[in-house]
Design a protein around this ligand. Sequence first.
Ligand code: ADP
Length: 269
Amino acid sequence: MTYTERFMVRPDESLSLADWDPRQNDGMRKKDGRQLLYDMRDELNDLQELLYASQKYALLILLQGMDTSGKDGVIKRVVNAFNPQGCEVTSFKVPTEEELAHDFLWRVHRRVPRRGMVGIHNRSHYEDVLVVRVESLFPARVWRPRYEMINHFEELLAHSGVVMLKFFLHISPEEQKERLERRLANSHSHWKFRLSDLRARSKWDKYMHAYEEALSRCSSEHAPWFVIPADRKWYRNLVVSNILLEKLRSLDMEWPTLEPGVDPDMEII
Ligand code: ADP
């Protein structure tokens, strides 16, 4: 079974996160997992170059998860196999006044990568059915119809050659507690610690419920959600890398040929 098959949320599956173990590691040792990850780097890099050269698809990697689940870590450890010239990372924060004056997809649509490029969305339009819902930032009549709108939006992107992979980094509240404590204990991590993280933590079950609905209603063949076991950082990275690799390998891409009139045997003087 491929990593894609194992960790993908089936379209129309009614997902229960309690069924997904955040500590999963296939009984593998960290050292071996890290080696496998290292061994994949060259192929990931080559396939990204092919994506860039062939200009047929854009790749959009979307990262969601509770605080400390490792969204930044995936960018640092997985996406760094790619050539930075072909990548655009966007972190979506609390919307600005200008963003709020537009529809909720406006800021996201502007940051969708063009063909050839890899876009990484650290948080995403899903915040508009997660934090907005749990914190009651807007009434239900505003966020309820958004699942449908998101599905239509993602269908539009798929039609224009955007290959989307959506990763939910699934950590346990126990693991988050340890990570937050480590942040407090290390002065170099203090900048990462926000009181708002504790607010979200205190509503853990509500967030999980909101994630379950978003993942159940918005996973499709063309824009699938994956539940990534994220209590072990190295295993999280390994699974995300494998899914990326499997997707890139499956794309029908070809190296462009020489421009007309250029003979490959010509002498370079
Ligand atoms: P990080 O992503 O590293 O946690 P921040 O600490 O700046 O970065 O957190 C970003 C905050 O912005 C999060 O609390 C997130 O829920 C919030 N946010 C993102 N998108 C929206 C949105 N559409 N509406 C309200 N809050 C949002």
